[in-house]
Ligand binder design. Structure first.
Ligand code: TRP
Length: 332
């Protein structure tokens, strides 16, 4: 018996790195063991910024291939593409009519765009599309349409879940009926702490990532580029201050972890050695997934089939739910 519904949206953002894997993908796959998971590709959210047709399509397939390659089982997880669920759009409008405009004015992403304009002496809304403004309402629809109990997200999305809760409560309050399930955020604190090659948070914008699906050669090159201090092999080192160890510890077995951290503390461990060990671990973890990924990326027809099957399952939930909501608000 599952403990409830866990739902999250994945905004396509290019080829994934091990920070994405540790921070989001792996915990989400774990969560799917105990909850009925609904994971979807948020392509309509991506449309707020991605305006190139081929790019949007490719980004969508990349997400699908990534998750399948890394072990998502589409028989167990309902895995779909947001735009295949028309009920999401209908609910977005309904929710918008219960969303105070001021609440959206204060949403971080929109507010940051406005502040940036003002700082540059521009008109406050210059270059900002209404989709970006309504982004939180669309996200609330994603969540509320499926009576979601838990939403695993990074800290940056916390406010969006709070907005979702506010909207759900406003509707339930107005109709004096528990029409919508008020969801809870499950925040992954550790998303922030996975360092990249230079020790800052691993992020594409810093160009400090270790990609998952690049060639072994490229991954090796990246690992060798991890910044270390100039201590010699014989010098004792603190493992918790080393960038290589900070990544290594997420992949090593407990026994190896013990042996290696002793090696750091006692001296005698060269950075080149631990880098090699990390590279080997990453190969062990991802070599097979890499093959699957490229196989999927060569077979969009297959990916389409999987996404369609996911959408069929999702709509078994969303269709009766939208009917229920329509009835409750007097639109039938
Ligand atoms: N906005 C989320 C992000 O940028 C993606 C997303 C869209 C989402 N809809 C969602 C996450 C619903 C959780 C639930 O990462």
């Amino acid at each position: 018996m599952k403990n409830g519904i866990a739902l999250t949206g994945i905004k396509p953002s290019g080829t994934p790195h091990i920070g994405n894997f540790l921070g989001m993908i792996k915990p989400a796959l774990e969560l799917a063991k105990d909850y009925q998971a609904l994971y979807f590709i948020a392509d309509y959210h991506a449309l707020t910024t991605v305006k190139n047709r081929d790019e949007l399509k490719k980004l969508t397939y990349e997400v699908a291939a990534t998750w399948l390659a890394l072990g998502l089982d589409p028989e167990k997880v309902i895995f779909y593409r947001q735009s295949d669920i028309p009920e999401v759009m209908e609910l977005t409008w309904i929710l918008a009519c219960f969303t105070p405009k001021g609440l959206l004015n204060r949403a971080h992403a929109y507010k940051a765009a406005v502040d940036e304009n003002l700082e540059k002496g521009k008109d406050s809304d210059e270059g900002i599309n209404s989709g970006l403004f309504l982004y939180p309402a669309l996200m609330a629809a994603d969540i509320l349409l499926f009576d979601t109990n838990f939403v695993p997200v990074g800290l940056d999305q916390k406010q969006h879940i709070e907005i979702t809760r506010d909207i759900a409560q406003a509707i339930n309050g107005n109709y004096k009926k528990e029409i919508l399930t008020v969801p809870e955020a499950v925040i992954r604190e550790d998303v922030m702490t996975i360092p990249g090659l230079d020790g800052r948070k691993m992020s594409k914008s810093y160009d400090n990532v270790i990609p998952i699906f690049e060639s072994s050669k490229e991954i090796r090159k990246r690992v060798m580029r991890i910044v270390t201090d100039s201590r010699k092999p014989e010098d004792p080192k603190d493992p918790d201050e080393d960038n290589v160890f900070a990544i290594y510890k997420h992949f090593a077995s407990p026994a190896d972890l013990q042996r290696v951290s002793d090696g750091y503390r006692q001296g005698g461990l060269a950075y080149s050695e631990i880098k090699n060990a990390l590279y080997e671990l990453l190969e062990g973890e991802f070599a097979q997934a890499r093959e699957s990924y490229w196989r999927y990326m060569d077979d969009f027809t297959y990916l389409e089939k999987i996404l369609q099957q996911g959408a069929d399952k999702a709509r078994m939930i969303s269709q009766p739910k939208i009917e229920e909501i329509r009835k409750a608000i007097g639109i039938e």
